[in-house]
Every structure is written in structure tokens, then in C-alpha cells.
Design a protein around this ligand. Sequence first.
Ligand SMILES: Nc1ncnc2c1ncn2[C@@H]1O[C@H](COP(=O)(O)OP(=O)(O)OP(=O)(O)O)[C@@H](O)[C@H]1O
Ligand SMILES: O=P(O)(O)OC[C@H]1O[C@](O)(CO)[C@@H](O)[C@@H]1O
Ligand SMILES: [Mg+2]
Length: 468
Amino acid sequence: MALSLLEATNLTTHQQPSNLSFSSINLRNISHLADYVSNPNTYTNPLDQNSFYHPSDGFYITHTDIILRQIAHDLSGTFSPPSPPLAYLRAGPRKQIFYDPKTTRAAIVTCGGLCPGMNTVIRELVVGLWELYGVRQIYGIQAGYRGFYSREPVELSPKMVHKWHKRGGTVLETSRGGFDLNKIVDAIQHHGFNQVYIIGGDGTMRGAVKIFNEIQQRKLHVGVVGIPKTVDNDVGIIDRSFGFQTAVEMAQQAISAAHVEAESAVNGIGLVKLMGRSTGHIALHATLSSRDVDCCLIPETEFYLEGKGGLFEFLENRLKENGHAVLVVAEGAGQDMIPRTDAQKEERDESGNLVFLDVGSWMKSELKKWWDRDHPDELFTVKYIDPTYMIRAVPANATDNLYCTLLAHSSIHGVMAGYTGFVCGPINGNYAYIPLEEVAQAKHEVDTRDHKWAWVRSVTNQPDFGKS
Ligand SMILES: Nc1ncnc2c1ncn2[C@@H]1O[C@H](COP(=O)(O)OP(=O)(O)OP(=O)(O)O)[C@@H](O)[C@H]1O
Ligand SMILES: O=P(O)(O)OC[C@H]1O[C@](O)(CO)[C@@H](O)[C@@H]1O
Ligand SMILES: [Mg+2]
């Protein structure tokens, strides 16, 4: 929705800041309960009475507070960001809310794979709803989407969740599959939930869009918010997903171990497989942080093993020069090179995601075959480390914990203000409300044409596999 700036802000001309040079903005519309529930009641934000807050001028965020998606601009005009510039509503407490805390019943669910910080988000949703808004009916849905209709909700309180941020995983439990739209929305109605907090990855967000649409269809006074969780960092629009930094930090340990093993062997190769189904962000960031890596393979770039410019030639040179090499492979890399049986071609997990073969084991065996063929009389060692679940089944580090807290509180403020069908996340360091559908469709892949991937290649000196 493109609005003129004056329309978007309702400012009179004399109030318009004189140095504002955007003639219009593309402010992404966030659905609101008032769009389809007739005459919803409104209340003054209880933060007004909260002795810790003392809301002063500017404390409450208004519908005129926006976050711009694109903050880098080229004044020469060589690089043109989208015009009109994309903007999102800024997250934060609103003066007027659309829920009576006494009748608010919130449900929290976690879906998909684990990610550091899930428990922190749950904890902070509970504590935030309780302490900031005085909500007392807060429930955890167990075992993912299927838990809405197959398990009894668990009542949550600040006392109960007090230490959850110290624990990895999700105390509520999670699962894949089990998405039955009607059963889920029926259960939401049956339990009288009027706020639903959905923590999950791309698949979860696609499910959340359907729940939100169905709730609108049924004209229910129920707010739906998605809190993006993905250790792979593959959710688009937001700066990064929570838990990602923790995972990268954990990956360092595996890379260091692989390096030590490789260095301590004759012609030693340390091979590390890291998570990343369709994106190589963890592998890329771990490589850049570690500097022990000689080659990083990600799903976004193809590679080949044999011949000129191939991986084996590169490793051979590395072994000649240094006596050892470290190879990092994202789990989704090279999947089309691994032979699959017909049954394996069809294998899917409960959510319908293709089951990947273990690229690390395959690579280890290919490396051995190559060396035995080309250097039958020389020693050679491949040490394969697969820290897959170790990097995501840990509690969040301090930075991610803080991030989870702000994310949870910003989500609560948005829902209490009547917004629905949105995702909360940081854009250029500021928390914003983004339409759920937009996030469900956006994908965040490694851009192999940008400077970060060039850094990886310059740090490792790895081949470009015929790309340039
Ligand atoms: N297109 C879809 N429509 C409705 N529900 C979906 C859809 N895709 C996935 N889901 C449901 O969302 C839940 C989580 O999906 P999935 O297993 O793909 O994990 P995810 O949310 O992508 O998290 P991650 O991949 O980061 O672990 C599952 O219950 C799955 O059934
Ligand atoms: O074994 P699980 O629990 O299905 O999770 C594995 C998947 O989860 C992810 O971490 C995404 O959350 C992927 O990188 C990986 O393919
Ligand atoms: Mg996913």
C-alpha cells in the first residue's frame, strides 16, 4: 500500500519535518482486529499505571512511527533502492489497547526444529504478558501445531518459567507435521484463546498465515503473531533470526577440533558438517569467524570434485602446502551429487520437507576413494565431525537472550494494540511489525555475488568452481 507521507502520518503541513525528502512511502499494512471485528472495546495501556515505567512523551509508539527497510542510499543515484521506499510499523507499546487483561487468554506454541532461545522467548512472553499487561491466563500448547487439538494446554506463570532461559530446546516440546487447520482453529475457539503466539520457522509461518486467514474468516477476536525461529537464519526481511549467533559460536568448537585433528595427522583433512538445509549462513559465518577453514561449501553454490578447478585438486595443493586442510560443508550442499535410491528420492519428514542424505559421510568416503586411487602409498586421514544437534540444542548466549526478550515484548505490545497476522522482528536494528504473509514468502539465502561470500573466498582461497 503506497501512501503519501501526509496520508501516512496525518500531519498537517506545518507539522511536517522540513528535512523529510521522501515524497511517499510504501508502508506495509498490518491487519488489525478493528478491520473485521465490529466495535471492539479499547482500553488504556496498563503501563500508564506501572510504577516502573512512568510513560513520558514519546514513550508510546504511534501509527506514524515507521522503520525503513532500506537505509543505505547512494546519493549519486547509481544504486536505486525501491521507490517508494518500503516501510514497516515500528514495534512497541501503544497508548490504546484492544484487550482487557482480565479476559485475555494467550496461547504459546513452538513448532519445527530446535533453536537456541526458544525457551527464552516463551519465558519472556509469559513474564511480559503478566508483568507489563497484567494478563493471568497464559497457556502453553504442547508438541507443536498438533498439540492444539491433541493435548491439554498447560497453564504458565512467571514462577514456572523463571529459569527456562537457561535451558536449551523448548520446554513446551515441538514437532513437525500435524497441521490440521480446522482442528487447530476449532481448538483455539474451544479453549477461548484470544491471543496466539506462534514460534517457528518458514513452514510454521506458512501455517500461521492459514490460521490467521481462517480466524479472520470466522471473524474471531483473536490476535495471531508469528515469532520467527530458525537456526539456519533463512527467514527473510528481518536482520537475523534468534539463536543464530549462538549456533555460529558453537560451530567454532567443531571447526577448532577438526583443525587440531587435521594438523596432527599426516595429510589430515578435518571435515565439519553444519546445519543449513537450503542456506549456508551458519557455514559462512562460522568460516569467517574461525579463519581455520580452507574450503566452505554451501547449498547456494554448486561444486565439483574431480578435474581442473575441482575440490580434489584444491585439497591436494593445500595438503602439499600446509600438510592439512579443514573443510566445512552445509548439510544442504551437494545434495544432488549424492546417489539416491528411488525410495530416498521420495523420503519426506512429517512436515513434507525432503529428507537429506548425509553430505559429510558421503564426502568422507569420496575423499578416501580419491586419495587411495591417486596416492595409494601415502598416509591420509579424514576426521569427520558432525555437530549438527550440538549447535542448536544449547541455551541462547547473552546476545541472543536479550534479542529473544525484546522480540517477545515487542510481539506482546503489537498484539495488545490489536494488530494481528504479523511477525515481529528487527529491521536495521529496530523492531518492526511485518505482515505474516510477507515473511512466510520471503527467503533469505546467501547472496554469492555480495562481499560476504567474496570474503569467504578470499579467506579460504577456495576455487570458485567455474563461477567467475
Ligand atoms: N505450507 C504449510 N501450511 C501449513 N502448515 C505448514 C506448512 N508448512 C509447514 N507447516 C507446518 O508447520 C510446522 C513446522 O514446519 P517445518 O517442520 O517445516 O519447520 P519450520 O517451521 O520450517 O522450522 P525449521 O525448518 O526451522 O525447523 C509443522 O507442523 C508443519 O506441518
Ligand atoms: O532433524 P530435525 O529435527 O528434523 O531437524 C533438522 C533440520 O532442522 C534445521 O535446523 C532447521 O531448523 C535444518 O537445518 C535441518 O535440516
Ligand atoms: Mg523450515
